[in-house]
Write a protein that binds this ligand. Structure first.
Ligand code: NOJ
Length: 563
């Protein structure tokens, strides 16, 4: 694969509402990000992806946009964003924004006009409208956030379509005028000097035009809409056009949120002429729940299962192009709470082992805010404490499916998107230094022990380890190999050790990760190596085993190098 600038980046994901509140209204903001640029620079990251900051009624925290050209006042003004982009650039940090073009908010002027003039609006064909039959919605498809995908359009016998929440009507991509409006907007932002986009829910833009019913898969009589409204044949035309009319005109990076793409199609998405620079593969992040969206259908898994998912993903991406590797994001629970099953094993070693295991995979690494200090899930006692619309839906759906209230609460505590959305822990003062007033979402109570200030002073902290890890990838003698090298899994059948090699020209780096709380015997690939990274302080001369949750990154020395 030809080298591309974005392969070298290390991307830090910011959930702006929860990063840093500069004006003490309880909500994080753009100025807050600018004020923390020194912190981001000290980490060593090279780019930030900021979740949506556009004008929005915030039903889905910004993924419901009511004006694509304006910012939400609670996040700041356009001049704040300009300032952030400029100051970040001086520090060597690029800015990537979120692009939400499958749907708008129902408060977008196009939809508002439709509501006011349902029969005559010039925006009728901007959304997906269908008439119901016998008082029933047009199909029995379930939206991602629960309930039918169809919502009655008031004062008509029509319904509008929403893949996600009722406040997020899907745009009609079959309409060229809609597509052109969107391309114009994409180019506006790229002209502004952002480095690119993370592209939201992009595999949802094409729907099966037959709009027929399917066999229900739940007691609600509905069936997941993804079977008919995600990655449907014909999507390739839209994606080619989107790329031709926008991204390809700029030297930008695009990261597709593209769930549901079979590996056979990865070449179309991320190959040399792919629609995107890279896409996220969610298969391993969702290993604990059925199809990623049914939190009450828990799946038990072991390290071998995880390994298989990661390596299959890596091999397929390597065949096709380039990947976007992540452990956490704003839709996932915290990784240490997910991948390290026993609470007593959630510690410095397991957090750094996990961090390094994903960080040195082939692809561009993403770090989600708080991951670098080992932030954890936050258990809530009551449904009222949740903000996330998806958690609330999953709670009631679990009970409809026959689970008790207690079980329902347990499922959402494990999986809630609010787990990763709690305000960032800057220090151990009130509200974790995030704000001086009560934040919009309850703080995780462990901010007094898990926070940046404390970890900055501790040379053996998770934060320091992340800094070293980034430095090893970005500017060590093994950088080229760790960035561009091929990946080759090793010890594939080992029940608790995850290991792989990165190979570039005649260089080789071998990475070992012990997922067990006990020592594990291991036979190393090479006897002659440099230690690039180790999450334990000491290393015996002869390594014959890995310590509990040890991570070891070893660079092979040339034969005879040390003689
Ligand atoms: C994916 C985003 O990551 C998620 O937060 C959002 O709710 C949905 N897309 C809908 O936009």
């Amino acid at each position: 694969m030809e080298k591309k600038w974005w392969q070298k980046e290390v991307i830090y994901q910011i959930y702006p509402k929860s990063f840093y509140d500069s004006n003490n209204d309880g909500i994080g903001d753009i100025k807050g990000i600018t004020q923390k640029l020194d912190y981001l620079q000290s980490l060593g990251i090279t780019m930030v992806w900021i979740c949506p900051i556009y004008k929005s009624p915030m039903a889905d925290n910004g993924y419901d946009i009511s004006d694509y050209y304006q910012l939400n006042p609670e996040f700041g003004e356009m001049s704040d964003l300009d300032e952030l982009i400029e100051k970040a650039k001086v520090k060597g940090i690029k800015v990537v924004l979120d692009l939400v073009i499958n749907h708008t908010s129902d408060e977008h002027p196009w939809f508002q006009d439709l509501l006011q003039n349902p029969n005559t609006s010039q925006y009728r064909d901007y959304y997906i409208l269908k008439t119901g039959e016998n008082g029933q919605p047009p199909t029995n498809w379930r939206s991602v956030f629960g309930g039918s995908v169809w919502e009655p359009l008031p004062n008509t016998d029509e319904y509008y379509f929403h893949s996600f929440d009722v406040k997020q009507p899907d745009l009609n991509w079959e309409n060229k005028e809609v597509r052109e409006e969107l391309y114009k907007m994409v180019n506006y932002w790229l002209e502004k000097g952002i480095a690119g986009f993370r592209v939201d829910a992009i595999t949802f833009i094409k729907k099966d035009q037959n709009y027929d019913n399917l066999r229900p898969d739940g007691v609600d009589g509905l069936v997941k809409c993804t079977k008919k409204a995600r990655n449907q044949p014909g999507i390739e035309e839209f994606l080619h056009e989107l790329n031709d009319e926008t991204f390809s005109k700029y030297n930008c990076v695009t990261i597709g949120e593209a769930p549901g793409v079979p590996y056979e199609q990865y070449g179309d998405y991320i190959g040399d002429n792919g629609y995107f620079s890279m896409i996220f593969d969610f298969r391993y992040a969702d290993l604990d729940v059925a199809s990623g969206s049914e939190w009450f259908r828990r799946i038990d898994w072991n390290v071998l299962d995880l390994k298989k998912l990661i390596f299959t993903s890596q091999k397929e991406i390597q065949k096709a192009g380039w990947g976007a590797n992540f452990l956490e994001n704003h839709d996932q629970n915290r990784s240490i709470s997910k991948y390290i099953k026993e609470e007593e094993n959630r510690n410095f070693y397991s957090a750094t082992m996990l961090g390094a295991m994903f960080f040195f995979l082939r692809g561009t690494p993403f770090i989600y805010q708080g991951q670098e200090i080992g932030m954890t899930n936050f258990e809530r006692k009551n449904i009222e404490e949740f903000d996330d619309i998806s958690s609330i839906d999953q709670y009631y759906r679990s009970m409809k499916e026959g689970f008790s209230e207690e079980e329902a609460l347990h499922f959402i505590n494990l999986r809630s998107r609010d787990n990763s959305r709690t305000p960032f822990h800057w220090n151990n003062k009130q509200f974790g230094g995030f704000s001086e007033v009560k934040p919009w979402l309850g703080m995780n109570e462990n901010y007094t022990t898990i926070n940046v200030e404390q970890q900055k002073q501790d040379p053996n902290s998770i934060l320091q380890f992340y800094k070293e890890m980034i430095q090893v990838r970005q500017s060590s003698e093994a950088s080229e190999c760790l960035i561009y090298g091929e990946i080759e899994p090793i010890l594939e059948d080992h029940p608790t050790i995850v290991a792989y090699k990165r190979k570039y020209r005649n260089e080789e780096v071998v990475c070992y990760f012990n997922f067990s709380s006990e020592d594990q015997k291991v036979e190393l690939e090479h006897s002659n190596f440099n230690v690039l990274l180790n999450n334990y302080e000491t290393l015996s001369e002869q390594i014959s085993s890995l310590k509990p949750y040890q991570a070891l990154i070893l660079q092979k020395k040339e034969a005879g190098y040390n003689e």
